[in-house]
Design a protein around this ligand. Structure first.
Ligand code: F3S
Length: 395
């Protein structure tokens, strides 16, 4: 039975306005469905479902209604939109789409949301600490927050994340409770991982096998933050995983499960072949899924420095706006753009309206392959960042 505080009851009775009442209805309904006993405060929210390509007019109408009198109570940021909010024209986005996307962002802004659109909020200042209760929606960021940071969040949907932002509350169930965060299956990795695409493939292999069971991963000797963000994106896409444990790399304590599976070099190769479409005609190269860090951008800039993107190919490097601003200051953006590639902020290749524009995508991201195939019907190839840039600049 869900118990509410006086303040929460007041929100539910509409004493804090219409939007807050609707938000509280969503939060309490979820709490009842999942058997929560109480609501808990959250200190950070990340909202997904921002691209007009996914939201459509119906979603936009809902947001506009909530924006009439709703305002966020805690630090809230957005997932990628369907376009770079400033430079969309250069990237071939239509005026009509841009107008609708701007209306979406305006509605969020009216509610006090920080309209930086990124799936890596933890790289740009929306960074919770260990044990902090938050309400995030983007699956890769949820997995990163729970596993790598040790914060606590369920995988929220767009409306439930917005509701958490408008009330500052979430229902206490699922991954907000310690008892639901323990590992269930051990995966011994018997292969050395070198690059972000390797980590994406490992996420694909374990995600497909483990589905919703929480993995405990051993055998990893080296992993950067970029590797872990690639792994999080992939394991959350190919499985339903919102938390994992990786020996020596993640901070949560858990009993080690007895049930053990192994991951071999052959498993990774099979996963790679599954993402490589034979004879794919590559005319689109996109890296930065999840959004590229400043370190990745520096590397891409040096790979493209003095080179030219081949005719007939389009290159997107996608990132958060503050990261792009830093890249501009450091001269990385010039090196990338002078080569004919685009440093795109606020958006990504999965949520931008790109259907029909390209035939084949090369990327270092297993998650990007999944959406390129499923949503945009592109053929795909997964390679390292170096190989992606080599493909971009070879005629
Ligand atoms: Fe982020 Fe888009 Fe990839 S939201 S995780 S860059 S599909």
């Amino acid at each position: 039975m869900l118990e509410l505080t006086t303040d929460e009851k007041a929100m539910l009775e509409g004493k804090h306005g219409k939007a807050t009442r609707k938000a509280m209805e969503i939060i309490t309904t979820l709490g009842e469905i999942y058997g929560a006993e109480r609501l808990i405060p959250v200190s950070s929210v990340q909202i997904a479902g921002v691209s007009y390509d996914n939201l459509g007019e119906f979603g936009l109408r809902y947001l506009s209604e909530m924006a009439e009198d709703g305002s966020v109570k805690v630090l809230t940021t957005l997932n990628p939109a369907g376009m770079d909010m400033l430079e969309w024209k250069r990237h071939g986005i239509s005026e009509d789409f841009a107008k609708d996307q701007q209306r979406v962002i305006d509605a969020f802004e009216q509610m006090g949301v920080i309209t930086t659109c990124t799936c890596t909020p933890y790289l740009i200042g929306n960074l919770p600490h260990y044990g902090e209760h938050i309400a995030w929606a983007e699956s890769s960021a949820v997995c990163f927050a729970n596993s790598v940071i040790g914060a606590c969040t369920n995988r929220e949907g767009g409306p439930s994340a917005l509701s958490a932002a408008l009330t500052g509350r979430t229902a206490e169930y699922g991954l907000h409770l310690d008892k639901n965060r323990a590992a269930q299956v051990k995966y011994e990795v018997g292969v050395k991982l070198e690059t972000t695409d390797d980590f994406g493939l490992l996420g694909q292999v374990i995600g497909e096998r483990t589905k919703n069971a929480i993995p405990y991963i051993t055998g990893i000797s080296h992993a950067t933050t970029d590797d872990l963000k690639s792994f999080c994106a992939s394991i959350a896409t190919y499985g339903g995983v919102a938390i994992f444990h990786m020996e020596n790399f993640t901070p949560n304590r858990t009993p080690v499960p007895e049930k053990t599976e192994t991951v071999t070099a052959e498993d990774l190769e099979k996963a790679r072949s599954a993402l490589d479409d034979e004879g794919a005609e590559i005319d689109f190269i996109s890296v930065g899924c999840p959004h590229a860090s400043i370190g990745e951008i520096a590397k891409i800039a040096s790979l493209l420095d003095g080179k030219r993107v081949a005719s007939g190919k389009t290159v997107w490097v996608t990132t958060a706006r503050p990261t792009k601003e830093l890249a501009v200051k450091m001269g990385y953006s010039d090196k990338i753009e002078n080569a004919g590639a685009f440093l795109v902020s606020d958006a990504c290749c999965a949520v931008a309206p790109l259907k029909g524009r390209f035939k084949g995508l090369m990327t270092d991201s297993a998650k990007a392959c999944f959406y390129a195939r499923g949503k945009n019907k592109f053929r795909t190839e997964i390679r390292t960042i170096e190989e992606c840039m080599r493909e971009a600049t070879s005629e």
